[in-house]
Ligand binder design. Structure first.
Ligand code: ADP
Ligand code: MG
Length: 724
């Protein structure tokens, strides 16, 4: 799907949240005067000695045009600053020496594998012998009279050369003088080659336009873009480099936050939503009929949502809450607010199993209320499906549960006012983008509530969802007790099974989660079946076991879930299929095999399946952590119960890149910033971006042309950021 494109299906225009309502035309074009030098866009082949083959190889490093070279930062520098004269060299000390060649000879040693090239070199303070190991070709290459830069150390009567450079044959001193950049390379694109290219494009650095507003730069004492990029490659001092890096990290986070906040501001200016009335009788009687009182946090979030719904601006709200904190009630509240105004609502879950669970809880919790609900299952026969689609299109259904098929397959609603997305983090980013479903003819955009049960650190939330309003449920319902969590050594396995049997005998239920098998779902399914058979024949003989895994046909999955929910099945042997959303309050033990192979967020989700009722619950972690990271993860699980605290730990342990694994690809590509490390810079960038975007015309002002330009360049193809 291209930006700005709209698909029309069944009379329903589906516009993308990230693109539809935000038209690029709202921003004036960038004035030519402040563009970056056009040479930045020239291909690498304009460099001497770079042909198509080399350019192709450079492509693998993400280097296509000269501009890419400028922003291909080194990952470290070698310190070649200690320049010495031959007469000043101290024994054993590493130094760089400039000298000229007197004579050269190849020397064989007694060891066949060791060849030496010896050269007598001199400067104005004296002579010395320089030695290279196993670089025979140098005997040919080095000519008397030639100037060299030598890096190495002096000892045992000779200077052992680690790096050398022949001056006058290339760029002088590139590889052995000052702080020398070390770049990510490939076999064909060597570091020396890259340094050569960088030296060529160095004059362009000085011409780089600065996207940061000058007053901001002055206020924060940031070096200019030109100086910063230069210092990233060729710093004069370590402090020079650190300042440059700080500036560029700030810039990166600032651009991202400006983009997200600008998008939020544009959302806020929209008036094409559905303005709902105040809380009505239906919602009130739903709340009254609940077997519990809403927690303070639940109440607060409901009123935040209610205020959004009563505005003509389409809601774009993220609800963050820990596992088991009670998001479902909030979701129902939001949807009932639509239904009581005669509008429709959709509830989307990432998997069919979860969507169905939601449908069952809708049935249970809305029983007796005048609301018509439906489940758009993928199992419906063609005729059934058509009938249901007709009912949705004609308004005979108030609330529809389903997977993202609800928006992807062009389901047409007569008056959709609310979309709730559960377990937001399981949806691909593009699907999150797809949420502004706009009925044809410029009709209203529905209110969207994104819910995530994986608490994410604030820094990450700002980065991923910085364009959304945020509500948080921090407290769990009263009476919840911490789930006792232990790592169980293999030696205590039998005791663990005894413990579980006692729980089962007391009427509780148990999950057994099998190891993660990445190779294939079929193998995983077989592992589940095998483990269930083994347990049935041994530890749990005489108990009622069931299996649930991704390879089962949907009807069987549903049956297994129902049997477990109703207590017929006592032990459910399963996979991470049950990771999200499943709610069986009677289950009190979560046993996880090879827990060391799961991520922290995933473990926390799994643990969240128990401790949902009044029974004291337990999480038993098996597996032998082999890495430091895994050890820290399991220790964190034992000590921390709070998902928000765990999320911060996870970020510290793993860094954001791996935090969510593949399924959370929504993270914008940050080149220099590291969320775990740069939280303070992020907070600063957020503040400054907020001030800038919030004032006057925001990003639309002519003085921000460059800033807009750079945001487009950096995040432009990332449709997820929408238009700026
Ligand atoms: P999650 O946030 O993980 O989706 P759920 O909405 O499934 O959590 O709620 C977890 C359990 O807590 C459910 O059994 C639900 O009925 C119950 N619950 C929700 N809110 C409250 C409350 N205020 N008091 C007591 N129990 C509650
Ligand atoms: Mg839930």
């Amino acid at each position: 799907m291209q930006e700005g494109e709209a698909i029309t299906k069944h009379g329903c225009t589906v516009a993308f949240a990230g693109s539809g309502p935000l038209q690029p035309a709202k921003l004036p074009p960038t004035s030519k005067a402040c563009f970056n030098p056009p040479r930045l866009a020239e291909p690498l082949t304009v460099l001497p000695g770079v042909g198509p083959a080399t350019a192709g190889a450079a492509g693998k490093l993400g280097l296509a045009v000269l501009g890419d070279l400028l922003f291909h930062y080194p990952f470290r520098h070698e310190d070649f600053t200690s320049r010495k004269k031959i007469g000043e060299l101290k024994y054993g000390e590493e130094a760089t020496v400039a000298a000229s060649v007197e004579r050269v000879a190849l020397a064989r040693t007694r060891r066949r594998s060791l060849h030496l090239v010896r050269a007598v070199v001199r400067d104005e303070t004296g002579y010395m012998q320089a030695v290279w190991f196993n670089q025979d070709y140098l005997a040919e290459l080095l000519r008397p009279g030639e100037s060299l830069l030598l890096r190495g150390s002096y000892g045992a009567g000779a200077f052992k050369v680690r790096e050398h450079e022949i001056l006058g044959r290339g760029e002088a001193g590139l590889h052995t003088t000052g702080y020398v950049p070390v770049y990510a390379t490939t076999e064909r694109i060597t570091v020396k080659r890259l340094r050569g290219w960088l030296a060529r494009v160095r004059p362009l650095m000085a011409q780089l336009a600065d996207p940061l507003p000058a007053p901001l730069r002055a206020e924060l004492r940031l070096p200019s873009k030109a100086d910063a990029v230069l210092a990233m490659h060729f710093p004069r001092t370590p402090a020079d480099f650190r300042q440059a890096e700080r500036r560029l990290v700030f810039e990166e986070l600032f651009l991202l936050q400006a983009a997200l906040l600008w998008r939020r501001r544009q959302f806020a200016a929209l008036q094409n939503g559905v303005k709902l009335g105040p809380v009505g009788e239906l919602t009130k009687s739903f709340i009254r009929a609940l077997p519990f009182n809403l927690t303070k946090d639940q109440k607060r979030v409901c009123s935040e949502i209610s205020a959004d719904l009563q505005s003509p601006r389409p809601m774009q709200r993220l609800l963050q809450a820990d596992v088991g904190a009670g998001k479902t009630v909030v979701a129902l509240y939001t949807m009932l607010r639509a239904a009581e105004s005669g509008r429709q609502a959709a509830l989307m879950a990432p998997t069919e199993v979860l969507a169905e669970q939601h449908f069952f809880s809708l049935e249970r919790m809305l029983a007796g209320l005048p609301v018509r609900i439906a489940f758009l299952s993928s199992r419906l026969k063609a005729a059934e499906r058509r009938r249901l689609l007709d009912r949705i299109a004609s308004g005979e259904v108030d609330i529809v549960a389903g997977t993202h098929a609800l928006i992807q397959e062009g389901v047409s609603f007569v008056s959709l006012a609310v979309v709730v997305v559960d377990e937001q983090h399981r949806f691909g980013v593009s699907q999150r983008e797809n949420l502004a479903v706009k009925p044809g003819g410029g009709g209203p955009v529905p209110h969207a509530l994104h819910m995530t049960a994986t608490p994410i650190p604030r820094s990450l939330a700002l980065t991923l969802y910085g364009d959304l309003e945020t509500s948080v449920i921090r407290s769990l319902p009263a009476g919840r007790r911490k789930v006792g969590t232990w790592q169980v050594p293999e030696a205590k396995r039998a005791a663990a099974y005894r413990f579980i049997r006692r729980q089962l005998d007391e009427g509780r239920q148990c999950y057994v989660v099998c190891p993660l098998i990445e190779e294939s779902d079929t193998v995983q399914a077989r592992a589940v079946e095998t483990e269930a058979a083994r347990l049935k024949g041994s530890e749990f003989s005489g108990y009622r076991l069931g299996v649930l895994h991704g390879q089962m046909p949907p009807a069987q999955k549903q049956r297994a879930m129902q049997l477990f929910a109703s207590g017929v099945i006592q032990v459910l042997v399963t996979t991470t299929v049950i990771e999200v959303g499943v709610d069986v309050p009677n289950a009190s033990v979560m046993m996880i095999e090879e827990a060391d192979r799961f991520g922290l967020a995933q473990l926390h989700q799994l643990r969240g399946r128990v401790g949902r009722g009044s029974h004291k619950s337990y999480c038993l972690l098996f597996g032998d952590p082999k890495t430091e990271q895994a050890r820290r993860r399991l220790a964190a699980m034992e000590s921390a119960a709070d998902g928000f605290a765990l999320a911060d730990l996870d970020l510290q342990i793993r860094g954001e890149g791996q935090l969510f694994g593949e399924r959370q690809s929504g993270l914008p590509d940050l080149k220099l910033a590291r969320l775990a490390r740069d939280q303070e810079v992020l907070a600063l960038a957020r503040r400054k971006a907020g001030a800038l975007v919030g004032a006057g015309r925001g990003l639309a002002g002519p003085e921000h042309a460059l800033l807009r330009d750079e945001i487009k360049r950096v995040f432009g193809d990332v449709g997820r950021l929408g238009r700026v």
